[in-house]
Design a protein around this ligand. Structure first.
Ligand SMILES: C[S@@+](CC[C@H](N)C(=O)[O-])C[C@H]1O[C@@H](n2cnc3c(N)ncnc32)[C@H](O)[C@@H]1O
Length: 263
Protein backbone atom coordinates (compact mmCIF):
# COMPACT_ATOMS: atom_id res chain seq x y z
CA UNK A 1 0.00 0.00 0.00
CA UNK A 2 1.25 3.46 -0.85
CA UNK A 3 0.09 6.53 1.03
CA UNK A 4 0.53 10.28 0.60
CA UNK A 5 -0.62 12.98 2.99
CA UNK A 6 -0.48 16.69 2.42
CA UNK A 7 -1.32 18.95 5.34
CA UNK A 8 -1.75 22.68 5.05
CA UNK A 9 -3.29 25.24 7.40
CA UNK A 10 -6.58 25.01 5.46
CA UNK A 11 -6.94 21.33 4.54
CA UNK A 12 -5.52 17.86 4.65
CA UNK A 13 -5.32 15.60 1.63
CA UNK A 14 -4.78 11.91 2.07
CA UNK A 15 -4.42 9.41 -0.79
CA UNK A 16 -4.10 5.72 -0.20
CA UNK A 17 -3.51 3.49 -3.21
CA UNK A 18 -4.98 0.10 -2.32
CA UNK A 19 -4.34 -1.74 -5.58
CA UNK A 20 -0.62 -2.45 -6.04
CA UNK A 21 -1.04 -2.46 -9.83
CA UNK A 22 -2.79 0.92 -9.90
CA UNK A 23 -0.58 3.67 -11.41
CA UNK A 24 2.26 1.21 -11.92
CA UNK A 25 4.99 2.49 -14.26
CA UNK A 26 8.32 0.55 -14.44
CA UNK A 27 10.01 2.36 -11.53
CA UNK A 28 8.75 3.27 -8.06
CA UNK A 29 10.24 6.74 -8.44
CA UNK A 30 8.09 7.24 -11.53
CA UNK A 31 5.05 6.16 -9.54
CA UNK A 32 5.93 8.65 -6.80
CA UNK A 33 6.36 11.40 -9.36
CA UNK A 34 2.90 10.74 -10.81
CA UNK A 35 1.24 10.67 -7.39
CA UNK A 36 3.05 13.75 -6.10
CA UNK A 37 2.12 15.60 -9.25
CA UNK A 38 -1.55 14.73 -8.86
CA UNK A 39 -1.58 15.85 -5.20
CA UNK A 40 0.15 19.12 -6.16
CA UNK A 41 -2.50 19.58 -8.85
CA UNK A 42 -5.40 18.98 -6.45
CA UNK A 43 -4.00 21.23 -3.75
CA UNK A 44 -3.37 24.00 -6.32
CA UNK A 45 -6.95 23.57 -7.47
CA UNK A 46 -8.29 23.86 -3.90
CA UNK A 47 -6.44 27.15 -3.36
CA UNK A 48 -7.74 28.46 -6.70
CA UNK A 49 -11.30 27.42 -5.77
CA UNK A 50 -10.95 29.21 -2.44
CA UNK A 51 -10.24 32.45 -4.33
CA UNK A 52 -12.98 31.85 -6.90
CA UNK A 53 -15.60 31.01 -4.25
CA UNK A 54 -15.16 34.50 -2.76
CA UNK A 55 -16.47 35.99 -6.01
CA UNK A 56 -19.59 33.77 -6.25
CA UNK A 57 -23.05 35.34 -6.16
CA UNK A 58 -25.66 33.55 -3.99
CA UNK A 59 -28.08 32.78 -6.87
CA UNK A 60 -31.63 31.50 -6.61
CA UNK A 61 -32.49 27.88 -6.11
CA UNK A 62 -34.10 26.62 -9.33
CA UNK A 63 -35.11 23.06 -9.78
CA UNK A 64 -35.39 22.20 -13.45
CA UNK A 65 -37.71 19.32 -12.79
CA UNK A 66 -40.38 20.31 -15.31
CA UNK A 67 -40.11 19.16 -18.90
CA UNK A 68 -38.87 22.04 -21.04
CA UNK A 69 -39.06 20.29 -24.43
CA UNK A 70 -42.24 22.18 -25.43
CA UNK A 71 -42.56 24.69 -22.58
CA UNK A 72 -43.42 28.30 -23.43
CA UNK A 73 -40.60 30.22 -21.85
CA UNK A 74 -39.76 33.88 -21.28
CA UNK A 75 -36.55 35.36 -22.69
CA UNK A 76 -34.77 35.08 -19.34
CA UNK A 77 -35.98 31.50 -18.83
CA UNK A 78 -34.46 30.58 -22.18
CA UNK A 79 -31.17 32.35 -21.58
CA UNK A 80 -30.27 34.98 -19.01
CA UNK A 81 -28.69 38.21 -20.30
CA UNK A 82 -25.33 37.68 -18.54
CA UNK A 83 -24.59 34.96 -21.13
CA UNK A 84 -24.65 37.41 -24.06
CA UNK A 85 -20.85 38.13 -24.06
CA UNK A 86 -20.25 34.37 -24.10
CA UNK A 87 -22.53 34.05 -27.14
CA UNK A 88 -20.43 36.71 -28.91
CA UNK A 89 -17.15 34.94 -28.13
CA UNK A 90 -18.60 31.62 -29.34
CA UNK A 91 -20.10 33.22 -32.47
CA UNK A 92 -16.70 34.76 -33.31
CA UNK A 93 -15.13 31.30 -33.13
CA UNK A 94 -17.71 29.55 -35.26
CA UNK A 95 -17.80 32.24 -37.95
CA UNK A 96 -14.03 32.68 -38.21
CA UNK A 97 -13.83 30.74 -41.49
CA UNK A 98 -17.16 32.08 -42.85
CA UNK A 99 -18.22 28.59 -43.91
CA UNK A 100 -21.15 26.27 -43.23
CA UNK A 101 -22.26 26.53 -39.61
CA UNK A 102 -24.47 24.22 -37.57
CA UNK A 103 -26.11 25.69 -34.46
CA UNK A 104 -27.90 23.48 -31.95
CA UNK A 105 -30.62 25.34 -30.01
CA UNK A 106 -32.10 28.61 -31.32
CA UNK A 107 -33.36 29.94 -27.95
CA UNK A 108 -33.80 33.72 -28.15
CA UNK A 109 -31.86 33.93 -31.41
CA UNK A 110 -29.14 36.08 -29.81
CA UNK A 111 -26.28 33.88 -31.00
CA UNK A 112 -28.02 33.25 -34.34
CA UNK A 113 -28.00 37.01 -35.02
CA UNK A 114 -24.32 37.17 -34.07
CA UNK A 115 -23.55 34.26 -36.40
CA UNK A 116 -25.35 36.08 -39.23
CA UNK A 117 -23.47 39.28 -38.43
CA UNK A 118 -20.17 37.34 -38.45
CA UNK A 119 -20.91 36.16 -41.98
CA UNK A 120 -21.36 32.53 -42.97
CA UNK A 121 -22.01 30.63 -46.20
CA UNK A 122 -24.89 28.67 -44.68
CA UNK A 123 -26.46 28.48 -41.22
CA UNK A 124 -28.36 25.35 -40.17
CA UNK A 125 -30.22 25.51 -36.85
CA UNK A 126 -31.70 22.54 -35.01
CA UNK A 127 -34.49 23.42 -32.57
CA UNK A 128 -37.00 21.12 -30.89
CA UNK A 129 -39.40 23.53 -29.16
CA UNK A 130 -42.47 24.54 -31.26
CA UNK A 131 -42.86 27.94 -29.56
CA UNK A 132 -39.17 28.68 -30.12
CA UNK A 133 -39.55 27.67 -33.77
CA UNK A 134 -42.22 30.42 -33.96
CA UNK A 135 -39.63 32.86 -32.60
CA UNK A 136 -37.27 31.62 -35.32
CA UNK A 137 -39.88 32.26 -38.06
CA UNK A 138 -40.22 35.85 -36.86
CA UNK A 139 -36.41 36.32 -36.54
CA UNK A 140 -35.87 34.87 -40.03
CA UNK A 141 -37.70 37.81 -41.64
CA UNK A 142 -34.73 40.09 -40.88
CA UNK A 143 -32.38 37.89 -42.92
CA UNK A 144 -34.08 37.71 -46.29
CA UNK A 145 -31.95 36.03 -48.97
CA UNK A 146 -29.53 34.35 -46.52
CA UNK A 147 -28.97 30.60 -46.60
CA UNK A 148 -30.59 29.76 -43.26
CA UNK A 149 -32.19 26.34 -42.71
CA UNK A 150 -34.23 25.31 -39.71
CA UNK A 151 -34.38 21.66 -38.72
CA UNK A 152 -37.36 21.20 -36.40
CA UNK A 153 -36.78 18.42 -33.89
CA UNK A 154 -34.37 17.05 -31.33
CA UNK A 155 -30.74 16.97 -32.47
CA UNK A 156 -30.72 13.33 -31.34
CA UNK A 157 -33.33 12.55 -34.05
CA UNK A 158 -32.17 14.85 -36.85
CA UNK A 159 -28.40 15.30 -36.81
CA UNK A 160 -27.45 12.09 -38.63
CA UNK A 161 -28.81 13.32 -41.98
CA UNK A 162 -27.14 16.71 -41.99
CA UNK A 163 -23.65 16.01 -43.32
CA UNK A 164 -20.48 17.96 -42.50
CA UNK A 165 -19.88 21.56 -41.39
CA UNK A 166 -17.01 24.02 -40.91
CA UNK A 167 -18.27 25.09 -37.50
CA UNK A 168 -20.58 23.68 -34.82
CA UNK A 169 -22.09 25.91 -32.10
CA UNK A 170 -23.72 23.92 -29.29
CA UNK A 171 -25.92 25.62 -26.71
CA UNK A 172 -28.78 23.60 -25.30
CA UNK A 173 -29.96 22.84 -21.75
CA UNK A 174 -31.24 19.63 -20.18
CA UNK A 175 -34.85 19.25 -21.29
CA UNK A 176 -36.05 17.20 -18.33
CA UNK A 177 -34.94 15.63 -15.07
CA UNK A 178 -33.66 12.50 -16.79
CA UNK A 179 -31.34 14.57 -19.03
CA UNK A 180 -30.33 16.68 -16.04
CA UNK A 181 -29.18 13.59 -14.17
CA UNK A 182 -27.55 11.82 -17.10
CA UNK A 183 -25.89 14.85 -18.75
CA UNK A 184 -24.81 16.88 -15.74
CA UNK A 185 -24.43 14.33 -12.93
CA UNK A 186 -20.72 13.81 -12.38
CA UNK A 187 -19.62 15.40 -15.62
CA UNK A 188 -17.14 18.32 -15.75
CA UNK A 189 -19.13 19.94 -18.53
CA UNK A 190 -22.73 19.59 -19.69
CA UNK A 191 -21.62 19.49 -23.35
CA UNK A 192 -19.44 16.38 -23.18
CA UNK A 193 -22.30 14.10 -24.27
CA UNK A 194 -22.22 16.05 -27.54
CA UNK A 195 -18.44 15.94 -28.20
CA UNK A 196 -18.49 12.78 -30.38
CA UNK A 197 -21.44 14.10 -32.41
CA UNK A 198 -19.76 17.47 -32.98
CA UNK A 199 -16.58 15.77 -34.17
CA UNK A 200 -18.54 13.43 -36.45
CA UNK A 201 -20.16 16.40 -38.20
CA UNK A 202 -17.06 18.54 -38.77
CA UNK A 203 -14.68 18.65 -41.72
CA UNK A 204 -10.99 18.22 -40.87
CA UNK A 205 -9.90 21.56 -39.39
CA UNK A 206 -13.52 22.48 -38.54
CA UNK A 207 -14.22 24.15 -35.18
CA UNK A 208 -16.56 23.33 -32.30
CA UNK A 209 -17.62 25.67 -29.51
CA UNK A 210 -20.00 25.28 -26.56
CA UNK A 211 -20.77 26.66 -23.11
CA UNK A 212 -17.88 25.18 -21.12
CA UNK A 213 -19.04 25.49 -17.48
CA UNK A 214 -15.44 26.22 -16.49
CA UNK A 215 -14.76 29.27 -14.35
CA UNK A 216 -11.13 30.24 -14.96
CA UNK A 217 -9.29 27.43 -16.77
CA UNK A 218 -9.96 24.09 -18.43
CA UNK A 219 -9.56 21.10 -16.11
CA UNK A 220 -7.35 18.16 -17.10
CA UNK A 221 -10.40 15.88 -17.23
CA UNK A 222 -12.15 18.31 -19.55
CA UNK A 223 -9.10 18.56 -21.83
CA UNK A 224 -8.73 14.79 -21.95
CA UNK A 225 -12.38 14.42 -22.99
CA UNK A 226 -11.81 16.93 -25.79
CA UNK A 227 -8.58 15.31 -26.97
CA UNK A 228 -10.49 12.05 -27.54
CA UNK A 229 -12.25 13.78 -30.44
CA UNK A 230 -10.28 16.90 -31.40
CA UNK A 231 -6.70 17.66 -32.47
CA UNK A 232 -6.25 21.05 -30.90
CA UNK A 233 -7.96 23.24 -28.33
CA UNK A 234 -7.79 26.98 -27.71
CA UNK A 235 -9.24 28.65 -24.65
CA UNK A 236 -10.27 32.21 -23.97
CA UNK A 237 -11.34 33.65 -20.61
CA UNK A 238 -14.42 35.87 -20.79
CA UNK A 239 -14.42 38.06 -17.66
CA UNK A 240 -16.71 40.64 -16.06
CA UNK A 241 -19.95 38.82 -16.83
CA UNK A 242 -22.85 40.80 -15.33
CA UNK A 243 -23.98 37.90 -13.18
CA UNK A 244 -26.93 39.02 -11.01
CA UNK A 245 -27.03 38.13 -7.31
CA UNK A 246 -30.28 36.25 -7.88
CA UNK A 247 -29.11 34.37 -11.00
CA UNK A 248 -31.45 31.46 -11.81
CA UNK A 249 -28.99 29.47 -13.87
CA UNK A 250 -26.77 26.98 -12.08
CA UNK A 251 -23.81 29.37 -12.51
CA UNK A 252 -22.52 31.79 -9.92
CA UNK A 253 -19.28 33.20 -11.25
CA UNK A 254 -18.52 36.35 -13.27
CA UNK A 255 -16.22 34.55 -15.70
CA UNK A 256 -16.28 31.54 -17.98
CA UNK A 257 -13.80 29.89 -20.31
CA UNK A 258 -14.80 29.74 -23.97
CA UNK A 259 -13.41 26.79 -25.90
CA UNK A 260 -12.50 26.40 -29.55
CA UNK A 261 -11.89 22.73 -30.33
CA UNK A 262 -10.42 22.00 -33.76
CA UNK A 263 -10.99 18.67 -35.48
C1 LIG B 1 -30.14 28.21 -23.93
S1 LIG B 1 -31.15 28.13 -25.35
C2 LIG B 1 -30.10 28.69 -26.64
C3 LIG B 1 -29.86 30.17 -26.54
C4 LIG B 1 -29.24 30.77 -27.80
N1 LIG B 1 -27.84 30.42 -27.92
C5 LIG B 1 -29.40 32.26 -27.81
O1 LIG B 1 -28.40 32.98 -27.99
O2 LIG B 1 -30.52 32.75 -27.66
C6 LIG B 1 -31.25 26.39 -25.63
C7 LIG B 1 -32.13 25.99 -26.80
O3 LIG B 1 -31.83 24.63 -27.12
C8 LIG B 1 -33.04 23.96 -27.42
N2 LIG B 1 -32.79 22.53 -27.18
C9 LIG B 1 -32.51 21.95 -25.98
N3 LIG B 1 -32.30 20.64 -26.14
C10 LIG B 1 -32.43 20.38 -27.46
C11 LIG B 1 -32.32 19.19 -28.25
N4 LIG B 1 -32.02 18.01 -27.68
N5 LIG B 1 -32.51 19.28 -29.59
C12 LIG B 1 -32.83 20.48 -30.16
N6 LIG B 1 -32.95 21.64 -29.47
C13 LIG B 1 -32.75 21.59 -28.13
C14 LIG B 1 -34.05 24.60 -26.48
O4 LIG B 1 -35.38 24.40 -26.92
C15 LIG B 1 -33.62 26.06 -26.53
O5 LIG B 1 -34.25 26.74 -27.57
Amino acid sequence: MIKRIKRTREFELSVQIKDDQFIRPPHDRQRSWLLNRSIAELSGDLYALDQLAQRFVPGTETLHNTDRTQAELSDQEIMEDWQVPLMQAMADIVTSVHGDVLEIGFGRGVSSSMIQQGGVRSHTIIECNDSIVQRFDYWRQDFEGRDIRLVHGLWQDTLDNLGLFDGVFFHTYPLNEEELLSQIGESVTFADHFFPHAAAHLHEGGVFTYLSNEIDSLSRTHQRLLFRHFQRIETQLVKDLAIPDDVHDAWWSDSMVVVKAVK
